[in-house]
Design a protein around this ligand. Structure first.
Ligand code: ADP
Ligand code: MG
Length: 250
């Protein structure tokens, strides 16, 4: 379970102070997915960096399974926007990077490694380098690496935004199928409403700067089969978009 209470974060530079997040309260049950959507500059990446333990000088409390964020002892998977693959390592080595860094024994991961490579459709690509892969394939490698570690928390910062629409839908499906098998608590940032409604069990709408939660939606359509074809899906996206427009234009 992820618990955020009274979280505020102010950046201090030599010239100015800038409050990027203000009094965020949020709870996420273990194994849930949460999509965070908000306008550019509202503090989405800042929030992920706090959850990842990269930013530590915030106010309030942030806990993962009852403990403050401690990247040394907890396993926090982070997929940045550019996938974070090392260009000089091949697919197989990139996937294995996570447990090398965490000093885990490869033998304990062998079975999961094989099944994730299959599940993510990476069979046959193991010896290719990131530069020899499409964006969608690179994203699959990043997902394999993240899920292999069985993270306490998986964070994804606009993970699918660079992909074309068809590839994005395909990889969203791939993400959900892996997530169902591994049931990892996931927080993802997106600026695309369809993505939030498709992938978020919870949808958190952030207001324009300074980042405040303007609404939390328990998404009734999450996990419904072929939901993207449903009228309700379309309807919910329209409703949320409307709500956001009103909110962001204030
Ligand atoms: P988002 O991901 O929602 O686009 P960010 O979390 O990246 O927003 O940034 C939120 C705000 O904080 C922005 O206005 C940005 O300019 C500011 N900001 C981000 N990083 C820094 C930093 N290291 N120093 C000062 N201000 C920052
Ligand atoms: Mg960002």
């Amino acid at each position: 379970m992820i618990q955020i209470k009274g979280l505020s974060m102010t950046y201090e530079t030599s010239e100015a102070r800038y409050t990027a997040l203000k009094d965020i309260n949020l709870e996420l049950a273990a194994g849930e997915t949460c999509a965070i959507i908000g306008p550019s500059g509202c503090g989405k990446s800042t929030l992920l960096k706090i959850l990842a333990g990269i930013i530590t000088d915030f106010e309030g409390t942030v806990e993962i399974n009852g403990q403050p964020v401690m990247p040394k002892t907890q396993i926090i998977g982070f997929i940045p926007q550019n996938y974070g693959l090392l260009p000089w390592k091949n697919v197989y080595e990139n996937i294995c990077l996570g447990f090398k860094i965490k000093h885990k024994k490869q033998a304990d991961y062998e079975a999961d490694l094989t099944s994730l490579i299959q599940l993510l459709g990476l069979g046959g690509l193991e010896y290719r380098y990131p530069g020899e892969l499409s964006g969608g394939q690179q994203q699959r490698v990043a997902l394999a690496r993240a899920f292999l570690l069985k993270p306490d928390l998986l964070l994804m910062d606009e993970p699918f935004s660079a992909l074309d629409a068809m590839t994005r839908e395909e990889i969203q499906n791939v993400f959900l199928s892996v997530w169902r098998k591994h049931s990892v608590s996931t927080v993802l940032v997106t600026h695309q409403m369809e993505e939030a409604v498709y992938l978020g069990r919870k949808i958190v709408i952030l207001a324009a700067a300074p980042g405040k939660v303007s609404k939390i939606v328990d998404n009734p359509l999450f996990g419904v089969d072929d939901v993207r074809e449903h009228k309700d899906f379309f309807q919910l996206c329209v409703e949320l978009r409307k709500m956001i427009k009103e909110d962001w234009s204030k």
